[in-house]
Structures are given as structure tokens and as C-alpha cells.
Design a protein around this ligand. Structure first.
Ligand code: CTP
Ligand code: MG
Length: 270
């Protein structure tokens, strides 16, 4: 899980993965989401150099029930960070006593490797499971995708339109992306340059990349608007869990005194 970016576009004044959403960092949410999917055993979190100890502390409570959570440092670009994560995985940070440890290789015990952005910290379990299932069913590379809602234009250097791809054939790509371990490792070995999309590296080696349905909630928290969207989602989830007293986003929370009138009917007072 690359989580070593600085979050320039979010502009929160600290690395994005350490920004809290409803009291919990994106890093914790993203790791907990993977482990909670039921199909992920271990996680390597790749974080900024000066946040290793903090990350270990944050993530320690998640390394239970046989899960191993390893923290390592990132690099200048996302590609470098993923590479560092793969290196940590292949240099023996694996579950003690696991097949992988016995065979001396960090990836030997795993049948699937996922690469997931910490910034997609609300990703639900279902798309994670779909990706893993597709790799287990024999695909060597799998990406979760969603339809593209806007028409997309291809433009030249001067900004003039040179083409309009058929929108029906376009998909926006999310994470986690899933891979047969040897294929992902080979792709990173071969990649000299920067790629924003891990599957793109695999495509360049000539492998077929399969798609499964992604999920709107797997959106990437990039800007302040995305953060607001994430906070609204979490606030509405919490209010569903707690009852109407906790609805509290962008308007004054309604907190009735015990024994007071019931809340106003939203139909009468929209
Ligand atoms: N990432 C990383 N190492 C980098 C750059 C990015 O591990 N050198 C991670 C981010 O932490 C994030 C994911 O890659 O989880 C996707 O990157 P992005 O959304 O672009 O995050 P940032 O690079 O942090 O944001 P920005 O580009 O706005 O600075
Ligand atoms: Mg970035």
C-alpha cells in the first residue's frame, strides 16, 4: 500500500495518508479495509521516511488474528514507493512459520499481490474480493473499473481535439489492482520509468489485464472536495448507526433534550 505521497493537491499541511477522516487516518482506514475484506492476509504499508514509527504505532492494533502489517519507507514517485513495498515483501517480512518464510521468499507463500492506494481509503470489501477472486480464477492482472461519466476528448499539444473515443468502451481504473506475484515482480523489474497505474506496467510486458466492477466508494481522496465527500459519507454512516442525534455535517446537529418533542418531520420541513 503506497502511502508515502505528500498530498499536495489536498493541501492539508501534512502527508495525505495521515489526514484524519472522522477521527481515523486514511492510512488506518485503508489498511483496515483490506484486512477486513477477509481475502487479505498481510499488508506492507509504504510511508514517508519520518513517519515510520508513527505508522507502526497506528497500525499495530491491526496486526492481529494472524495478519502481519509491515511498515517501510517510500520514494520520490509512487512507482518508487511500490517498488520499496515489493522489496520489503521479498526480503522476508512474512508471517513467521508461513510457507513463504519456510521457502525463504517473501512472495512464495502468496497467490495474489494487490497494490492499493492509501488514498482510496473507503474502498469496500466487495471490489477487493472481486479482484482477488479473478486472480485466483487464473487472470494474471486484474483492475477494478467504473464507467466513465463524462465524454472524453483526446487533444494535441495545442489543446485542439484530435479524437473522441467511444465512451462506452472507456473505463476509469481504481485500486486495489491484483496480480499473480511473478507477473507484478517482472513488471516492476522491467519498468524503468514512472507509471501511475501498476497494470500499465504489466500491459507493457504483453500480458492481458482483466477488469472487474469497481465501486463508487473506492474513489481516490485527492482534493478538498474529495475529502468532504469522504467525511459526508462517514458522517452519514455514523448517523445511521447512532440514530438521528448525530447528523452533523455542514448544519447544526439536532440534539433533543431528553423528553422533548420528537424531531421535525423532514417531509414537512425539507
Ligand atoms: N504515493 C506514494 N509515494 C509517492 C507518491 C504517492 O506512496 N512518492 C501514494 C500516495 O500516498 C497515495 C497513492 O500513492 O496513497 C496515490 O497517489 P496520490 O493520490 O497522487 O497521492 P499524493 O501523491 O500524496 O498526492 P498529490 O499528488 O496531490 O501530492
Ligand atoms: Mg501524487
Amino acid at each position: 500500500m503506497p502511502a508515502a505521497g505528500s498530498g499536495v493537491r489536498l493541501g492539508a499541511g501534512l502527508p495525505k495518508a495521515f489526514v484524519e477522516l472522522d477521527g481515523r487516518t486514511m492510512l488506518e482506514r485503508a489498511v483496515a479495509g483490506l484486512l477486513g475484506s477477509g481475502v487479505v492476509d498481510d499488508v506492507v504499508a509504504v510511508v514517508p521516511d519520518d513517519r515510520v514509527d508513527e505508522s507502526r504505532e497506528l497500525l499495530a492494533p491491526l496486526g492481529v488474528d494472524g495478519h502481519v502489517v509491515v511498515v517501510t519507507t517510500g520514494g520520490a514517485e509512487r512507482t518508487d514507493s511500490v517498488r520499496h513495498g515489493l522489496a520489503a515483501l521479498t526480503t522476508a517480512h512474512v508471517a513467521p512459520g508461513s510457507d513463504a518464510a519456510a521457502q525463504g521468499s517473501g512472495t512464495a507463500g502468496y497467490d495474489v499481490l494487490l497494490v492499493h492506494d492509501a488514498a482510496r481509503c473507503l474502498t469496500p470489501a466487495d471490489p477487493i474480493r472481486r479482484v482477488v477472486e479473478a486472480v485466483r480464477a487464473g487472470e494474471v492482472a486484474v483492475v477494478p473499473v467504473v464507467p466513465v461519466v463524462d465524454t472524453v476528448k483526446q487533444v494535441d499539444a495545442s489543446g485542439h481535439v484530435v479524437g473522441t473515443p467511444d465512451r462506452a468502451a472507456l473505463r476509469a481504473v481504481q485500486t486495489p489492482q491484483g496480480f499473480a506475484p511473478h507477473v507484478l515482480l517482472a513488471a516492476y523489474d522491467a519498468a524503468g520509468e514512472v507509471a501511475t497505474d501498476d497494470a500499465g506496467l504489466v500491459e507493457r510486458l504483453g500480458h492481458r489485464v482483466a477488469t472487474v466492477d469497481g465501486d463508487p466508494l473506492a474513489f481516490k481522496v485527492t482534493t478538498g472536495e474529495d475529502r468532504l465527500r469522504a467525511e459526508i459519507h462517514l458522517a452519514s454512516e455514523r448517523s445511521l448507526a447512532d440514530g438521528p442525534q448525530s447528523i452533523s455535517f455542514g448544519w447544526r446537529p439536532y440534539r433533543p433534550e431528553p423528553g422533548s418533542e420528537p424531531p421535525p418531520d423532514p417531509e414537512e420541513n425539507p
